[in-house]
Design a protein around this ligand. Structure first.
Ligand code: IMP
Length: 187
């Protein structure tokens, strides 16, 4: 493991180590670069805050001209489960009409957040709209969402690190960790 040495006792185990994430991000970057080869510009849209770390690494391994923007959303409901009702806290700074948009998300769980974001962005008439997600928890899906570029399929456990948080903590961990169930079941 690199970086953070002190591991909080609320963490159970490493699920995806940093070196595997690095290799996967490089692979995703290669695929994205090939698929978009020849385009004038790709607009990567990161969903704050969870995708910030992934986005920072991903855009640096994409070889087509890329610009980026961010949206921030909040789901009404409990901390560790999505209600499907999503509120935009920060919208894009720019119009996406006629642009090739790549939506970058940290994790798809129920799919409700991604579904809402895709529906919202589609109404703005981008030239194309694809999705890149680092982690997928398919067992909890409530609505099918198209994922064009996927990092890892993971089991139904609450994970933190590499941008993902629990109560805003652990985003800075270089690896993806499983949080001890007792921690969020206390809530
Ligand atoms: P969905 O709408 O249920 O797909 O949830 C998507 C959002 O829930 C993600 O963007 C995360 O912010 C959050 N989320 C879901 N599962 C986890 C997890 O295991 N760890 C941290 N955040 C999660």
């Amino acid at each position: 493991m690199t970086g953070v040495e002190v591991v909080h006792s609320d963490l159970d185990r490493v699920l995806v180590p940093a070196h595997e994430i690095e290799a996967k991000v490089a692979e995703l970057g290669r695929r994205i670069s090939q698929d978009y080869a020849g385009i004038r510009q790709l607009l990567a849209v990161g969903v704050l805050k969870g995708s910030a770390v992934f986005m920072a690494d991903l855009v640096r391994v994409i070889s087509v001209p890329v610009s980026f923007d961010f949206m921030a959303v909040a789901s009404y409901g409990q901390l560790s489960s999505s209600s499907g009702v999503v509120r935009i806290l920060k919208d894009l700074d720019q119009t996406i009409e006629d642009q090739h948009v790549l939506l970058v998300e940290d994790i798809v769980d129920t799919g409700l957040t991604l579904n809402y974001l895709l529906e919202t962005l589609r109404t703005r008439n981008p030239a194309s709209l694809r999705v890149c997600v680092l982690l997928d928890k398919p067992s909890r899906r409530k609505i099918e969402v198209p994922v064009d570029y996927l990092g890892f399929v993971i089991p139904d456990e609450f994970v933190v690190g590499y941008g993902l948080d629990y109560n805003e903590f652990y985003r800075n961990l270089p690896d993806v960790w499983v949080l001890k169930p007792a921690v969020y079941q206390k809530k």
